[in-house]
Design a binder for this molecule. Structure first.
Ligand code: ADP
Ligand code: MG
Length: 512
């Protein structure tokens, strides 16, 4: 048997050794050993060569055999390896004790197993799971070592990645704990875990919170609808964000900006919720103060606005009244009286409009002629226009355009727009008003040749209190837009700096 074996190369010796020990241990008679055929040993060598990295060294570690896989992974040529010490592959990763230990094991005839990082010829590293089997002579001294290795580089890389991502998760958790108020609840909202900051702000201990529903912190500020909405969002697996006022154990309130992230199981159903909160109590306090100041300012401005709007019709009324006083026999007095009454109604309506702004009520619509309405408003402003060298032109396609509207409100709109146009032409100019019924749409344009509106101001047009005038109140356009809106109409603005501005109003025509 020895002869047969010695006539093969060392790898076959090892393969044979494995097979034979297998056969022996499985109870096959020792006498049958010789029946292991040469072809079978060849097959085993082939299989081993395919699957593992094999090397044989002498007792000093000098390489005497390498297989193809060894050559492939180490990137050395076979003849660069043969005759060299195995430590040519040392990557410098393992400490000297590691190798001392290895040598001690195999030197005493025992098998060594372990994971080694080697360095290939091109400097890259690879990890191999290594088994080194010493072959002993009759004095029980190793005369050679056979090492079989498998490439576990991919495994090691994954392991390293996993380790670093685990560390990352730990770091993130740490950062979160440091910076935010964190709680975890189960799918029913029962608190399972909170961090120190949570306990601190809520003044409850961990023990008091665990197993409790989150509603223990409810401050009764938010509606049922609010929380229903929150739950609807997170149950569906969506992130919810919002500001919540909570109640601490001592009854004091605190505000938290809250983000609730559902954790989903494989079926996409939440199995727990992570909530991250930040204390915004201070900000809320400041906001409340500011809000109150804002409101006060708004009320003041609104009062100023109302007064301003009321002054215009009152001036007209006074003018005509004074005129009537001068000449009581004048035939036109009846007409002027009618205008005075109209204006008084308008004052009433303006007051009502400000109520509308707070609580919109459905406009009361009646069928009226828009041409007549426009003529009326123009006649009221003509005097003022002439004083400012503004020429007013009125062009209309149809003599009568019937429209379902609230007459006094629309008058207010045209009054505002025409007045704005006049005020946009301090050096005088032309104000053109056009009206036409086109495809059952009433189109009204009010065009001036004034200063225009700078691009960056266009977006503020119609905002309450936006004004560029010394005595303006910035309410006219807001009220006008609201009125047009309540008539189901639309307003489009075209403006060019120093060329002029056109307000285009489109209102639905009277439905047939
Ligand atoms: P107010 O007339 O009191 O300023 P408005 O709401 O009527 O308030 O108008 C708001 C602002 O819009 C005006 O201050 C002005 O800057 C701008 N604006 C409105 N109409 C015109 C226009 N025809 N031409 C130029 N700017 C205009
Ligand atoms: Mg105005």
């Amino acid at each position: 048997m020895t002869e047969i074996i010695e006539s093969f190369n060392p790898i076959l010796i090892f393969a044979g050794f494995l097979i034979l020990s297998g056969l022996i241990s499985s109870g096959v008679l020792v006498t049958k050993r010789l029946k292991v055929s040469r072809t079978r040993l060849h097959d085993i060598q082939a299989a081993l060569d395919e699957s593992t990295i094999v090397a044989i060294t002498d007792p000093k570690g000098i390489i005497t055999y390498v297989n193809d896989k060894f050559v492939e992974i180490s990137k050395y040529e076979e003849d660069e390896l043969l005759g060299r010490n195995h430590n040519i592959l040392n990557s410098g990763y393992h400490p000297p004790e590691f190798f001392r230990n290895l040598w001690k094991t195999i030197g005493s005839g025992e098998i060594w197993k372990g994971e080694i990082r080697n360095k290939a010829k091109n400097g890259s590293f690879y990890w191999v799971e290594t088994t080194i089997v010493p072959f002993l002579n009759n004095k029980n001294k190793p005369y050679q070592y056979v090492s079989i290795r498998t490439d576990i580089t991919a495994l090691k890389t994954t392991e390293a990645k996993l380790k670093s991502s685990l560390k990352e998760v730990k770091d993130i958790k740490f950062a979160l704990d440091q910076s935010a108020i964190v709680a975890v609840t189960d799918e029913k909202g029962i608190i399972t875990n909170v961090n120190d900051r949570f306990c601190e702000i809520s003044q409850y201990s961990r023990k008091e919170l665990a197993g409790r529903n989150h509603s223990i912190l409810n401050s009764n500020l938010h509606s049922k609808e609010f929380f229903k909405n929150l739950w609807k969002t997170i149950v569906r697996g969506h992130v919810w964000k919002g500001e919540i006022r909570n109640k601490a154990k001592d009854g004091s309130y605190y505000w938290v900006h809250t983000t609730i992230v559902p954790f989903l199981n494989a079926d996409g159903k939440p199995y727990q919720y992570l909530s991250i909160r930040n204390d915004i109590t201070e900000r809320k306090k400041t906001e409340e103060v500011l809000h109150r100041q804002d409101k006060l300012a708004a009320v003041g401005q609104l009062a100023a606005g109302v007064a301003h709007e009321i002054r215009n019709p009152l001036t007209t009324m006074r003018g005509y009244a004074e005129f009537l006083q001068l000449d009581e026999t004048n035939e036109e007095s009846q007409e002027y009286l009618r205008i005075i009454l109209d204006e008084i109604n308008r004052v009433n309506d303006i007051a009502e409009d400000f109520m509308v702004l707070a609580k919109p009520k459905a406009a009361e619509l009646e069928e009226k002629d828009i041409i007549h309405i426009l003529k009326n408003v123009i006649s009221l402003l003509e005097f003022e226009a002439r004083n400012l060298s503004v020429k007013i032109r009125f062009e209309f396609v149809q003599d009568i355009i019937q429209i379902e509207c609230d007459e006094n409100r629309l008058k207010q709109v045209f009054h505002n727009l025409i007045k704005n146009g006049i005020e946009a032409m301090p050096e005088g100019g032309e104000l053109t008003i056009r009206a036409a019924l086109i495809h059952n749409e009433v189109q009204i344009a009010i065009q001036d040749t004034g200063v225009g509106i700078p691009q960056e101001q266009l977006k503020s047009i119609g905002e309450p209190f936006f004004t560029t005038k010394k005595n303006g109140n910035g309410l006219g356009l807001m009220v006008s837009f609201k009125i047009i809106e309540s008539h189901n109409g639309k307003v489009f603005i075209q403006s060019e700096l120093n060329k002029g501005t056109t307000f285009n109003i489109v209102l639905p025509g009277k439905s047939k």
